[in-house]
Design a protein around this ligand. Sequence first.
Ligand code: IDP
Ligand code: MG
Length: 152
Amino acid sequence: MTERTFVMVKPDGVQRGLIGEIISRFEDRGLKLVGAKFMRIDQELAHDHYAEHEDKPFFDDLVDFITAGPVMAMVWEGQDATRQVRKMMGETDPAESDPGTIRGDFGLDLGRNVIHGSDHEDPGANEREIDLFFDEEELLDWDRIDETWLYE
Ligand code: IDP
Ligand code: MG
């Protein structure tokens, strides 16, 4: 089932020069980039994006962190894309993430976990987040030349 998911290299990942490495992992896997925006998240967008965590004790720090510098916001498309991206990301806490995952390879601390990806256990989260960050015309329909060799 082909679907689109929202992925973002967080400010720590951008500052640490990990944009290219992270994009490469998704490209190598066969996922298709259909939208990308290098941007700064403002307070309002941060509150909307993390609305589900509004009552958590870490919410203010989370908003400060995600607005502290530029992020690389992206939409990736592919079969089972939302769940596959989450598997590639690892656990929320890098310390609990397996080596080979993005958080397991590039992070050590829960509050600096490099990447965001839509929650595959929250139905509609991917589309909600894509809508929050992108206008329809910013997403491209295109064919990767290797698609016939990626999918049966
Ligand atoms: P996720 O990013 O793996 O989906 P969520 O539970 O949705 O994890 O939390 C959103 C973000 O909030 C996390 O990626 C992390 O940056 C931050 N966060 C989550 N739990 C904590 C915590 O206990 N302390 C500090 N930051 C947290
Ligand atoms: Mg989440």
